[in-house]
Design a protein around this ligand. Sequence first.
Ligand code: AMP
Ligand code: GLY
Length: 426
Amino acid sequence: MKVLVIGSGAREHALVWKISTSSLVDKIYAAPGNAGVSQIAQIVEISPDNLSELEKFVRKNKIDLTLVGPELPLSMGIVDLFQKKKLKIFGPVQKAAAMESSKVFAKQFMHKYHIPTASYQVFQKFDEAAQFVRYANFPLIVKADGLAYGKGAFKVNDDEQAVDVLKKIMLEKIFGESGNQVVIEDFLQGEEVSVMAITDGKTILPLLLVQDHKTLLDGDQGPNTGGMGAYSPVPFVDQKLQDTIHDKILKPTIAGLKKEGIFYQGILYAGLMLTSSGPKVLEYNCRLGDPEAQAVLPLLETDLVEIVQAALKEKLDQIKLKWKTGYSVCVVLASAGYPGDYQKGKEIKGTEEISEQEVYCFHAGTKISQNKLVTAGGRVLAVTAVGKTLGKALDKVYNAVDKIYFEGMQYRKDIAYKATEVKKYA
Ligand code: AMP
Ligand code: GLY
């Protein structure tokens, strides 16, 4: 069969790589992919937000299945469009994707269905939000309602900081329309983990738990980014806690959506804070996490296309996910300046030297220019290694990272430190 993968990041490279191992797949297309993806898929120069061109391409080329990496096309209704045209696509419809594209919708939903989350207020007017923070207890988290590429949440420690952030979001509109409303919520303390589940709307198959590293610098310092690295599974989350996450969060979420008349098919991602009073949802995403996918997919033994096909037939109950034993660690290599304005066009050296088994060099912002591999984005590469222990995976991944160089390359040297230093599981 022919499969199209939409998106251009390292998550999509990992997806393309994973489906390239499926015996069901003859040909993979990627719109628009990147230099790494172009090694295993045919590049299609259509932007992920150009839904009508994507639909035309799929019809014309008789693509059998479309997989969507990023949230934007999902929130624009690509699944609704494809379903209307009887084209096979896996992901949530636009109404369901609102779980990610509107934090207000997600918070109100969680409140209605008693899904544990931080207490919150919603504001449409700057003056009212500014008035609220004058008498509030701090710290608080201020979030833009709409999509903001993982950069729309701010911790504020006093009313001055809060008003500053509110001004940026609601008046200066640094995230555009996404800042028409804000959520102000309590700051939760604890360990953060991500759970991603595949669902056909009835059965929920959670993938291995994974921990992202959101901030730029070691020790969880510096600004928030799209994610600087991840590891999986998370050794300090035991089966009992995993069951709680399933019973108190995933299950009621899918059931609640159904009650709202929303049939959720696709990937449901919940960003969780493991607090002293149990796991609480920080956010929902309607797709695989990046870099979570790059950590989790190399551990998945089951054929992903088989899983997706079963989900599309609402027969996910017949699938049992099989995982490799051991751990994976993913380290993101970013351009100088990221997550702010970053440099581009720097030659990337050393990727061809990575040849060890179960080490993967997933590309994000890369392209070929004058026969050279060069940087073309903020996050450039996501290097993943699988090992029998977390320590072995860490050794392998940082050995591989040591071989790679581009000017201004920055990365975290402490991925998985919560498990190795703090929790002593290496
Ligand atoms: P979000 O855009 O909602 O995923 O938030 C981005 C990041 O901000 C999360 O991954 C957390 O690190 C942090 N965050 C969001 N909400 C909270 C909260 N209520 N308490 C503490 N940290 C939070
Ligand atoms: N790594 C967080 C996300 O994909 O939203």
